[in-house]
Design a protein. Structure first.
Length: 64
């Protein structure tokens, strides 16, 4: 397995999938700085209502 940051072979499983704490910290910094991002979609009121209905149904089934 190769480190996704520096591409060195991962030998120490302590920081897996990274090869070292340094590379793990670089990756974390990338997340904090917004280098990695996920595309977002708009959620409308109908979607929220449907989600609330599904959650309510799930909660009712859990309580039975």
């Amino acid at each position: 397995m190769k480190c996704p940051i520096c591409k060195k072979e991962v030998t120490d499983m302590k920081y897996r999938p990274f090869c070292s704490k340094r590379c793990a910290d670089i990756d974390l910094g990338n997340w904090f700085n917004g280098k990695y991002a996920f595309a977002a979609t708009e959620v409308d009121d109908e979607d929220l209502a449907e989600l609330a209905k599904i959650q309510q149904t799930d909660n009712n089934e859990d309580n039975q």
